[in-house]
Design a protein around this ligand. Structure first.
Ligand code: FES
Length: 412
């Protein structure tokens, strides 16, 4: 070895030794700093401040405008409540939702709604939520239609959910399969592509019963014309007589999907009513996709759980007793086999925290101490460890016997 080589090796050994010594001093030095630190709470905490801005537990909003979209759909423009401390809205990713917290006849009800505006518009100071009035049986959307006016104060969660484009996971070609008001996350994506905050291509295949049922027709056409290489919108109408030029008819079938999308290099995002999922999922099966290529928006509570395979029909509409532990309090409440455990808890005014109502967010996670439940097969998002140790999500679980459960306190 030359002298230069010896010098180089010597330098490397010395710098490595220095690194090792510095590492061994790390912990004692940290301990000294902790001992010297003041016991006073820190006045400025930029990390937690940023976390609070991005993921607030609650946002206090006020309705600034209402647009009638179709005979059964309205869009509400929400701005920060000038009377609240927070003047900014939390940023979000197109496709995420807000969980509304609304007092209906004395009961605090939570419901998730996808944001139909773009993240850039949140920076400008507003969100838009598009809400379709339930046709039958529902009480939440009729309440909103009758009671929400310009100036009404509204409380929501921060932006939530995983139904967004992620370049590390998804193909840059998104195919949005939408039904009815399930168009809202795709409108947010289309607006974001248009304003440059989302770098992807989007083909929306939008199923509606007829032309009058299409929400945002003009806006979608305008965005498509402005972005011909990045955005394509295809309408699929199921009515008998169709006058809209260039649309497809019937339902969103595998043939229609193949006609407009390169199946092997696209990620498929589905959002719409429960019936549409059932149909579209069967069609997607014919395309031989990898599981990673299919993304589903959590669509809220399941309707007609008794129609799902595996639900014991002899137990439909039976009522059971649910013994509920909340901290040291124990309560007995009734629970119907065809209504989720979450609904039974809310009816008894002891609802745990909840956001998605689809088994996805984990906020209502509770412990099953005794009894049998039916878990909706399309909204079972529990972790493997939770399954093993009997944790369950009341929003997607239905009592099949008397139950004993432990739920978290609702501090929302
Ligand atoms: S409310 Fe989200 S998992 Fe139950």
């Amino acid at each position: 070895m030359s002298k230069k080589d010896y010098e180089r090796v010597d330098l490397t050994i010395r710098s490595n030794t220095k690194d090792i010594l510095a590492f061994t001093k790390l912990v004692p030095q940290r301990k000294k700093r902790i001992q010297k630190a003041s016991a006073e709470p820190i006045k400025e905490d930029p990390v937690n401040d940023l976390a609070e801005k991005l993921h607030p537990n609650r946002q206090y909003l006020v309705i600034d405008g209402i647009i009638d979209n179709t005979k059964s759909t309205k869009t509400y423009k929400l701005i920060p409540d000038p009377d609240s401390k927070t003047k900014n809205l939390a940023y979000f990713r197109p496709g995420q939702y807000l969980s509304l917290k609304v007092l209906v006849n004395g009961d605090l009800i939570t419901r998730p709604y996808s944001i139909s505006s773009s993240p850039k518009e949140a920076l400008e100071g507003f969100y838009k939520l598009t809400i379709k009035k339930e046709e039958e049986g529902g009480f939440f959307t009729p309440y909103i239609w009758d009671n929400w006016n310009v100036g009404t104060k509204v409380t929501s969660s921060g932006p939530e959910g995983f139904f967004y484009y992620e370049p590390l996971r998804d193909y840059p070609q998104i195919v949005g399969l939408a039904g009815g008001s399930g168009i809202t996350p795709f409108l947010s994506m289309a607006k974001s592509i248009n304003d440059g905050t989302l770098n992807a291509k989007l083909t929306i295949i939008y199923g509606c019963s007829d032309e009058n049922d299409i929400i945002f027709y003009d806006k979608l056409m305008e965005l498509e014309q402005k972005n011909p290489n990045k955005l394509n919108v295809v309408f699929v109408l199921s009515c008998d007589e169709v006058s809209l030029q260039g649309c497809e008819t019937g339902f969103i079938t595998a043939e229609i999907i193949k006609k407009y999308a390169d199946v092997e290099t696209s990620s498929f995002f589905i959002c719409g009513p429960q019936l549409m999922y059932e149909f579209v999922e069967d069609e997607l099966q014919k395309l031989d996709l990898t599981p990673k290529q299919i993304r589903r928006e959590a669509f809220g509570e399941i309707k007609n759980i008794e129609k799902f395979p595996g639900f014991p029909n002899n137990l439909a509409n039976k009522t059971f007793n649910i013994k509920v532990h909340i901290g040291k309090i124990i309560k007995d409440i009734p629970g119907k086999s065809t209504e989720s455990v979450l609904i039974a808890l809310e009816r008894a005014k002891i609802g745990p925290p909840s956001k998605c109502r689809s088994g996805e967010c984990g906020f209502c996670r509770s412990l099953l101490l005794e009894g049998d439940i039916f878990i909706s097969p399309v909204s079972d998002w529990r972790r493997e460890a939770d399954k093993k140790f009997n944790y369950f999500h009341p929003c997607s679980s239905y009592p099949l016997s008397d139950l004993e459960i432990e739920i978290p306190r609702n501090l929302q």
